[in-house]
Design a protein around this ligand. Structure first.
Ligand code: HEM
Length: 507
């Protein structure tokens, strides 16, 4: 039965008045004027971090953005980032879960989507003390090197075919393979790729589940942001449940395979499945948590390393001076008679600066992952009420002209002149965040990105696709939580080492 118009209007009036009234006691950061119900939802441009940066020029370095009925605070200078990630770290360490992440993480039973509390502290401890230790990362080094060499071999085979000479390749396709194989071998202890480069059955299933997760996650309607409208737009429970069951089934099969292998061999391997299964009792980890953690690694580690390396390559193709300088260093330190290994990285300071400069200008998660306030706090003199989301625009901080000279210029030398930490100790450079939620995979990611860039530069000379001038390479970003290039870089790879150095020796 429809409500009579005056009653409907009265309800709307009471609702709107309540909405305004509840925020009156707070001194909120300034920001664009929100509309009733939808807030600023329709003012936000698709590339959010750029839009927020533009707004900061009008409203200042801390702004309020209403996404539907949820207050989102965005901070855009290093001092405020420090207030968020250091001074008020614990009060701002919860996560906002939408209905999709709520379902997939079983209410935050994993790490990424867990609120700060005893469960989070326990799982984080497993990551710090067990999974991402220097010893384990070192033990997994042969896997990373094998995958990077497999990429080099595959590019070499492609670009030396007579019909492909002088043709460009889509660099991202090759990086994605390294990342997929590397993270799946690290997390699931298996290479899902057949010798001919196709995926085996489990690999296909895994990829379908990853793609399906992205699809279902993106299917949430606008009502996701407007709490009281949600009842009108229920999520497709059946699709969510099917997806979760499929993910769990595949993971359990892989877990069982490893349990059997351990029973036969009597020893555990270094990858995360074996590590977590052998630590299950010690840390009292549920199966849901183990499954959640394994998939967290895929979710957090796969795109991010590809993105960082792709942007690095785009900048190197656009800036031939930097490319030559990095190659001179590689030739001097490694020579032309052997391939680079991760052990060379400490002797390649300029290459390290190239990776850092790529992460400064193009952080793969430009707004990090949103933090949620679990208490009322003050940032920059403004109130941040409990329940608000807080974002640090690390992309904007990386380009702040008050801290970086010629901020838009890709100039790795700036880090030779001043060594700036990028793992959460210096708030001017935060590609991995900082504080208690800082990325636990940062060191692994740095190894992988530096190694991929180093190999690509040592083995090949890179030029833009035929007909494209370096200055015409488009450096615009795709919208999204992670920031791929809007137009993936295409470049011509010309081998520069003897041909026997392009062969992968299967592990
Ligand atoms: C260049 C590559 C990477 C970048 C730029 C990056 C960046 C980040 C950022 C900004 C966060 C959020 C920090 C916060 O909320 O304050 C994060 C969280 C996380 N990252 Fe990374 N990451 C990268 C690679 C990896 C890799 C390779 C792994 C693992 C295999 C990984 C695992 C995680 C996990 C599990 C979290 C959640 C931590 C938590 O909520 O406590 N990341 N990462």
């Amino acid at each position: 039965m429809a409500l009579p118009l005056p009653v409907a209007l009265a309800i709307i009036f009471i609702f709107l008045t309540y909405n305004i009234y509840q925020w009156l006691p707070y001194k909120l950061p300034p920001g664009p004027r929100p509309l009733p119900v939808v807030g600023n939802l329709y003012d936000i441009k698709p590339v959010r971090f750029r839009c927020f940066w533009d707004w900061s020029k009008i409203y200042g370095p801390i702004i309020s953005v209403w996404i539907g009925s949820t207050l989102n605070v965005v901070v855009m200078n290093w001092e405020l980032a420090k207030e968020v990630l250091k001074d008020n770290d614990q009060s701002l360490a919860d996560r906002h879960r939408n209905r999709s992440t709520e379902k997939f993480s079983r209410g935050g039973q994993d790490l990424i989507w867990a609120d700060y509390g005893p469960h989070y502290v326990k799982v984080r401890k497993v990551c710090t003390l067990e999974l991402f230790t220097p010893k384990r990362l070192e033990a997994l080094r042969p896997i990373r090197e094998d995958e990077v060499i497999a990429m080099v071999e595959s590019i070499f085979n492609h670009c030396t075919k007579p019909e492909n000479l002088g043709q460009s390749i889509k660099v991202k396709d090759y990086l994605s393979k390294v990342s997929f194989n590397n993270i799946t071998r690290l997390a699931f202890g298996k290479r899902f790729e057949n010798p001919d480069g196709t995926l085996d059955e489990q690999g296909k299933e895994l990829k379908t589940i990853v793609d399906n997760g992205v699809k279902i996650g993106g299917s949430l309607s606008v009502a996701e942001h407007i709490q009281w409208l949600r009842w009108m737009f229920p999520v497709d429970e059946a699709a969510f449940n099917r997806h979760a069951t499929r993910r769990d089934n595949l993971t359990r099969v892989i877990m069982d395979e490893h349990t059997l292998a351990r029973q036969k061999s009597g020893g555990a391997k270094q990858h995360f499945v074996d590590a977590l299964l052998t630590l299950q009792q010690k840390y009292d980890l549920s199966d849901d948590t183990i499954i959640g953690l394994l998939w967290d690694m895929l979710q957090a580690g796969m795109d991010t390393t590809v993105i960082a390396t792709e942007w690095g390559m785009a900048e190197l193709v656009k800036n031939p001076r930097v490319q030559s300088k990095a190659q001179e260093e590689l030739d001097r330190v490694i020579g032309l008679e052997r391939v680079m290994t991760e052990a060379d990285i400490p002797n390649l300071p300029y290459l390290q600066c190239v990776a850092k400069e790529a992460l400064r200008l193009h952080p793969p998660t430009p707004l990090m992952l949103p933090h949620k306030a679990n208490a009322n706090v003050k940032i920059g003199g403004y109130d941040i009420p409990k329940g608000s989301n807080v974002h640090v625009n690390v992309w904007a901080i990386g380009r702040d002209p008050t801290i970086w000279k010629d901020p838009i210029e890709f100039r790795p030398e700036r880090f030779l002149e001043e060594d700036v930490d990028m793992r959460g100790h210096d708030f001017r450079l935060l590609p991995f965040g900082a504080g208690r939620r800082v990325c636990p995979g940062a060191q692994l990611a740095i190894y992988l990105v530096t190694s991929m860039l180093g190999h690509l530069l040592h083995h090949f000379h890179w030029t833009p696709a035929p007909g494209v001038d370096p200055e015409d390479i488009d450096l615009a970003e795709n919208p999204g939580l992670v920031t791929y290039m809007r137009k993936p870089i295409h470049a011509v790879a010309t081998p520069r080492l003897p041909s026997h150095l392009y062969e992968r020796m299967p592990a």
